[in-house]
Write a protein that binds this ligand. Structure first.
Ligand code: NAD
Ligand code: UDP
Length: 330
């Protein structure tokens, strides 16, 4: 991976969340000064336990829907990562208006800062912009099949509009931008309560509680381990040369929800029963990234196998339940 030692001051919006906190840790390890901006809506300061000990780290509590505070706008940044947005469907649907505004006003405020300070900005977009895809696997050229008035639209359409704004800034030469379309990512620090499939299944399996499959379990996803995703985000941010356009980041190994349940039950040795619950409205039937562009342009591809990543994630969730292990590893 390209060195990022010359990119000293980095703003990570949404840095207290699952993905953002791992990104903060990696950037600190690379020698960067990191300012994390987060309203703690779904994030947790516990995720930043290690980062908080570093003198090169700063936390600012702020909602990106609101204009950025002076202590941010008066600083100079080299890089701005926009990860500020709840990613779990139950969470982003709790206050859909705020989710949409977070996507759109949030990226606008960060783009304005990027323009002013000359920083490069990376938006974390999502595979959800492909909706319930009719093209499989999904290349970046696919324009998607999103229901604009359904319960997922606040997120899907919010991210699509955010992409639009980012590329409008690019076309007008107002800032240097990158867009990552992230596919399902998992790992330590997923919130146990946020309702995503990997955290649900692991916490249920470890507790020998009923494992919830929505629908018949035949819908598919492709799961990327968080360390691979962080490497991909940094590789994209540091990519030089002509604007590469949006780039899919994810692990192309696809499996059904039922297959994922089997792997997790096997790895945990759980005796949980399986219960079936209704499939949420507009739940995509299948999803797998075409990562040819990431491979060609960035030289990136994920290298952590699902079994290894799940084992690490299970160990992290398990440490929290064991009185002998004390604090979770950071
Ligand atoms: P997360 O919910 O764990 O983290 C999101 C962070 O953003 C939290 O710390 C939250 O408090 C903060 N936030 C939310 N709204 C905010 C606001 N208005 N102002 C300031 N902070 C706000 O989610 P995550 O999985 O870490 O996802 C991070 C980013 O990556 C999101 O933008 C998400 O859309 C994108 N993404 C993630 C995945 C995935 O599988 N994890 C997939 C696709 C896209
Ligand atoms: N899902 C499930 N059981 C759960 C949580 C989720 O079967 O306890 C399903 C969900 O319906 C979806 C898939 O798992 O088909 C992935 O869900 P998640 O919310 O993690 O991500 P997304 O739908 O945004 O890809």
């Amino acid at each position: 991976m390209k060195s990022i030692s010359d990119t000293r001051t980095v703003l990570v919006a949404g840095g207290a969340g699952f993905l953002g906190s791992h990104l903060c840790d990696r950037l600190l390890a690379e020698g960067c000064h990191v300012v994390c901006l987060d309203n703690l809506q779904t994030g947790d300061l516990g995720n930043l336990k290690a980062a908080m000990k570093q003198p090169r780290f700063e936390f600012v509590r702020h909602d990106v829907v609101e204009p950025l505070p002076e202590r941010i706008t008066e600083r100079r940044f080299d890089r701005i990562y926009d990860l500020a947005c709840a990613a779990s469907p139950p969470q982003y649907q709790q206050d859909p208006e705020h989710t949409m505004l977070t996507c759109i006003l949030g990226v606008r405020h960060l783009l304005q800062l990027a323009e002013k300070t000359g920083a490069r900005l990376l938006l974390t977009s999502t595979s959800e912009i492909y909706g319930d895809p009719e093209v499989h696997p999904q290349p970046e050229t696919y324009r998607g099949n999103v229901n604009p008035i359904g319960p997922r639209a606040c997120y899907d359409e919010g991210k699509r509009a955010a992409e639009t704004l980012v590329f409008d800034y690019d076309r007008a030469g107002r800032s240097d931008v990158r867009v990552a379309r992230i596919f399902n990512t998992y790992g330590p620090r997923l919130s146990a309560a946020d309702g995503r499939v990997v955290s649900n299944l692991i916490t249920q399996a470890l507790a020998d509680a009923p494992i919830t499959i929505y629908g018949d379990g035949s819908q598919s996803r492709s799961f990327c381990y968080v360390d691979d995703m962080v490497s991909g985000l940094i590789a994209l941010m540091e990519h030089e040369g002509p604007q590469p356009g949006p780039i899919n980041l994810g692990n192309p190994v696809e499996l059904t929800v039922s297959e994922l349940v089997d792997v997790i039950v096997d790895l945990t040795g759980s005796s949980s029963e399986i219960v079936y619950r209704p499939l949420p409205i507009d739940d995509p039937r299948r999803r797998r990234p075409d990562i040819a562009k990431a491979e060609t342009v960035l030289g990136w591809r994920p290298c952590i196998a699902l079994q290894d990543g799940l084992r690490r994630t299970i160990d992290w969730f398990d440490a929290d339940r064991s009185p002998t292990l004390g604090d979770r590893p950071a």
